[in-house]
Design a protein. Structure first.
Lengths: 112, 113
């Protein structure tokens, strides 16, 4: 069975500081991995995705994520956070049967 | 404009009544999904379908039912058997290619009183 674990429920970061959100997945074969962001009152927006190839993927809004098969991880990073990055972030894993599973999310608060 | 339409945005029902949430997409996507979002629990998969007339249970299918009679439509019925139906429900769709992302509707907030 596939699943996603996001260990951090809530992260507070200062504006301009770096951010890293953790994601661990469970899936028996090569996974399809996604990061989404949900701002208050907004729908879910795709930040980036990984399927194969280079394990470091670039996304929108200055985000990047690194796939590490040995650790079953797909952590999201941003070098310098802006106040507009305050939102909830979801990691998702997809499999060959079209099932798409999400984690519990990490809420990011940005302080001035 | 192409997209996913969920209706209504807010829905109120009395306990014990079945209620159907609508999800329509005009993106020509093969796969469609229903998720339930509760604070602190993320998005939990209820049902999904990757082809007309076929669908699979997700992780929390008990108390819910779906149909997929048309490619563009994937209605979700919340039955009286669902113990805690008050929640925010999200519908999503994506193409038949597995490495593509899902696109989401704006959601329906269901309140059962």
């Amino acid at each position: 069975a596939q699943s996603v674990t996001q260990p951090d429920i809530h992260i507070t970061v200062s504006e301009g500081a770096s951010l890293e959100l953790r994601c661990n997945y469970s899936y028996g074969a090569t996974p399809y991995l996604f990061w989404y962001v949900q701002s208050p009152g907004q729908g879910l927006q795709l930040l980036l995705k990984y399927f194969s190839g280079d394990t470091l993927v670039q996304g929108i809004k200055g985000f990047e994520a690194e796939f590490k098969r040995s650790q079953s991880s797909f952590n999201l990073r941003k070098p310098s956070v802006h106040w507009s990055d305050a939102a909830e972030y979801f990691c998702a894993v997809g499999g060959g049967d079209y099932k798409l599973s999400f984690g519990a999310g990490t809420t990011v608060t940005v302080r001035a | 404009d192409g997209g996913i339409t969920q209706s209504p945005k807010y829905l109120f029902r009395k306990e014990g009544q079945n209620v159907t949430l609508s999800c329509e997409q005009n993106l020509n996507h093969d796969a469609m999904y229903w998720y339930r979002q509760d604070p602190g629990q993320g998005l939990r998969l209820i049902y999904y379908s990757h082809i007309v007339n076929d669908f699979q249970k997700g992780d929390i299918a008990e108390g819910y039912s779906v149909s997929r009679e048309k490619k563009e439509s994937f209605p979700l019925t919340v039955t009286s058997a669902q113990k805690n139906p008050t929640a925010f429900y999200l519908c999503a769709s994506r193409t038949g290619i597995l490495n593509t992302e899902a696109f989401f509707g704006q959601g329906t907030r269901l309140t059962v009183v």
